[in-house]
Design a binder for this molecule. Sequence first.
Ligand code: UDX
Length: 434
Amino acid sequence: MKIVMVGTGYVGLVSGVCFSDFGHEVICVDKDPGKIARLHAGEVPIYEPGLEALLAKNVAAGRLSFTTDLAEAVDGAGAVFIAVGTPTRRGDGHADLSYVMAAAEEIGKALTGYAVVVTKSTVPVGTNRKVAEVLRAVSPEAAFDVASNPEFLREGAAIDDFMRPDRVVVGVESERAQKVMAEVYRPLFLREFPVVYTGLESAEMIKYAANAFLATKITFINEIAALCERVGADIKSVAKGIGMDGRIGNKFLHAGPGYGGSCFPKDTKALARIGQEHAVPMQIVETVIKVNDEVKRRMILRIEDLCDGVLRDKVIAVLGVTFKPNTDDMRDAPSLTIVPALVGAGARVRLCDPQGQHEGQALLPGVKWSDNPYQAAQGADLVVLLTEWNEFRALDLQRMARKMAQPKMADLRNIYDRDEVLSAGFSHYVGVGR
Ligand code: UDX
């Protein structure tokens, strides 16, 4: 089947490349000629393990191409995916749908035969119906259906998540559209990965509810961690102990400096707005948003405590600035709150991140960048582990300690054990919730 992917951001590019790997003919469309030129040259504008190789393989096989010409791409397509951004709108917290609607209008004008117009972008409940209205308005004669097909890709593991999903969610209203979607995902359904066929509104809701639930789970464990610190319990044991209950599950129970990234912060805020709009306040989600902000501030206090209450002129090595490992994404990363607070309080901050420097340089002024953790630690009063990159999981702790002026560690991802850190020569260790 010919598939068009409108938008070559994170979701669009990963999905487009993976669909082409299923054997479909995929055309990825983007308005940005620079981006399309880079993709033609085989360059992937985002950091995602495995993506570049998979892209090259499918381009070479003649199944995957890139263009700025949406109308030509849409001609003869069986499914047209909208995978453009839905950022938080300034001022009111709503999802900004202007890119989605602009894409719908252009697709509508370009429709020739029957196609299913599928929304992959995370959109508020009711958006797919609005997309259908736009399509109908610009192209009253066209034969089409709309479908909602939210994505659940984690950055850094996106290809695996796409190829081996827990489930595929498809919101459709006609058998014809359902057949097209079954064809699109055929390789997955043949391998018996589960699919949930449902209505448009339910599919839209599943995405928000899933992300809000996960954000809540993380925030819950972060709040329990704060209490563990006071009562002498260890959050790692507590998380293990509760996670073994099948009803709770052991995933997403890692205490840390708060969730960040491109989805959880944006989607929780959007869900809270949707609730307010329908006079059903999402009280739990609203609290999660607030508590997650407080978690980041709590981390700053923990760092300050380790510096005996004085951050001024302290040399602090921060390891990891991206919101999680295996990505260069800095969106809503805890580092964006924590690092400026340290700099603002007069600390001399050194940063080190395997992928984050390019993005981070513009976002985190007043710091020095180091090539590796040992360089960052040279003469430092404190090392803060902020993102759990593999590179930081097996540090030579003795070497780190020897290089530091004051060997102290704030391990905000609980990578290390207190005893191993202290026996390597560190004088102080604090984790989160222990
Ligand atoms: C998330 C969802 O997992 C994915 O299904 C969705 O569609 C997009 O958003 P992503 O943002 O890439 O994916 O990363 P994820 O691995 O889910 O982590 C999100 C944030 O939560 C990160 O800041 C991470 O550090 C934090 N987190 C995650 C924790 O603090 N503790 C955990 O136990 C898990």
